[in-house]
Design a protein. Structure first.
Length: 399
């Protein structure tokens, strides 16, 4: 029989192998997420859009429309809305580009004004801190250096020798021109790589409407198929995990979408009232940027402030705009967010910060948008599986 020490060593070895396996699996998953980021971003975005459109599908189904037809109608409404929003944004962008010289001149004037004020502050501080005799001595030394430099230049000009013009060089024999095909420059390669990435993004984005439609119309079939793969307690576990992930994703995505629409409407109305140009675009832009974690407030203030540059010259109007946008931001996050999103998304601030950093490194800007719903969905799955509930508590806010 094995001794107690040998059994303990064998258990330690199994634990070490298990930890190494888990670490290797995590590294492999991160590599796959990075390499296939366009695919996974498209897939997750389609799932989130399907959650947004699910209430609309339910409304059509209550009108006795089959699920396939209701899904088609919901996707059509989404595409028409995106087309109209894109058309309006394009018309506003064209107007902004036409008025760009005015904005450029206004920004130049503001920079010049700030520079003059800083120089005046510097002179005032120097007069307060540096004695008058020291300033007089520095001015006299500077004047002496300038006079010495002028004298040196004058002497050098008087002593400049007369040089005969150079003899013409003999003409070289004509050489037959040989055309060599130049290689692509680094700039051309960079532009080609950028356009190639843009083409890939457009290609993957073209799959989003089809994926959203299939997720909506085949939801019940896919759910039943997954449940039929397992039996007994595992089926109940997967059922709870599925429902928990769906509830969290729906609460977060739909709640934030409705909150963004409300902020966009109120912001656009305020921008129209204070005569900010392009308020039709600045309102939704400021409203949805306000929902970005940590960076939402400064990003929400920036668009209306830039748009108002040709309208207002003093600082008080900009302070009023920033104050109102900040007030809307605070009301939305402290009063409306708990009611719309509910108590189903409980992530502690440390996990939110780490998730934003991690998903940004893997997926870039899209990771900042998708980090919170992905992490909240993972927590919902962990909470539904008994063996993983410890990880769910680690991601949560605590008791």
């Amino acid at each position: 029989m094995e001794s107690l020490q040998e059994q303990q060593d064998r258990q330690d070895l199994r634990r070490q192998r298990s930890a190494v396996g888990v670490l290797a699996s995590l590294i492999l998953i991160v590599i796959l997420l990075y390499v296939g980021r366009l695919f996974f971003i498209t897939l997750v975005t389609s799932v989130l859009l399907a959650f947004i459109l699910e209430p609309l599908v339910g409304a059509f189904m209550r009108l006795k429309v089959p699920r396939g037809g209701a899904s088609f109608l919901a996707c059509s409404v989404m595409l028409v809305s995106l087309y109209l929003a894109g058309l309006g944004a394009w018309s506003q962008t064209v107007g902004f580009l036409e008025a760009l010289p005015t904005y450029t001149q206004r920004i130049t004037d503001l920079v010049d004004s700030a520079t003059v004020r800083l120089e005046a502050i510097e002179r005032a501080a120097r007069e307060l801190l540096v004695p008058q005799r020291v300033r007089d001595a520095e001015q006299a030394a500077r004047k002496a250096r300038e006079e010495a430099e002028e004298a040196r230049r004058a002497n050098a000009k008087r002593r400049r020798p007369v040089v005969d013009p150079p003899m013409p060089l003999p003409e070289e024999p004509a050489v037959q021109e040989v055309r060599i095909r130049p290689e692509k420059s680094a700039f051309v390669n960079a532009v080609y790589g950028y356009l190639r990435g843009f083409y890939d993004v457009l290609l993957m984005a073209s799959f989003v409407p089809f994926l959203v439609y299939f997720f909506l119309s085949w939801r019940d079939h896919f759910r039943r198929s997954v449940m039929n793969l397992v039996e007994g307690e595992k089926r109940d576990m997967i059922q709870r995990a599925w429902e928990g992930m769906a509830n969290v994703a729906r609460a977060y995505v739909v709640g934030n979408f409705l909150l963004g629409l409300m902020l966009s409407a109120v912001s656009a109305l305020f921008f129209w009232f204070v005569n900010i140009p392009y308020w039709q675009v600045m309102g939704p832009l400021s409203g949805f940027l306000s929902l970005i974690p940590y960076l939402g407030l400064p990003l929400a203030i920036l668009p209306p402030v830039i748009a108002a540059l040709p309208v207002y010259s003093g600082w008080p109007p900009y302070l009023v705009i920033g104050t109102v946008v900040a007030l809307l931001h605070m009301i939305a996050l402290n009063l409306l967010y708990p009611k719309l999103v509910g108590g189903r998304v409980h992530l502690n601030p440390l996990v939110v910060t780490v998730a934003l950093m991690l998903w940004y490194l893997i997926w870039g800007g899209a990771g900042l948008v998708l980090a919170i719903p992905i992490t909240a969905g993972m927590k919902a799955v962990f909470d539904s599986i008994p063996s993983l509930r410890g990880y769910g508590r680690l991601l949560g806010e605590g008791d």
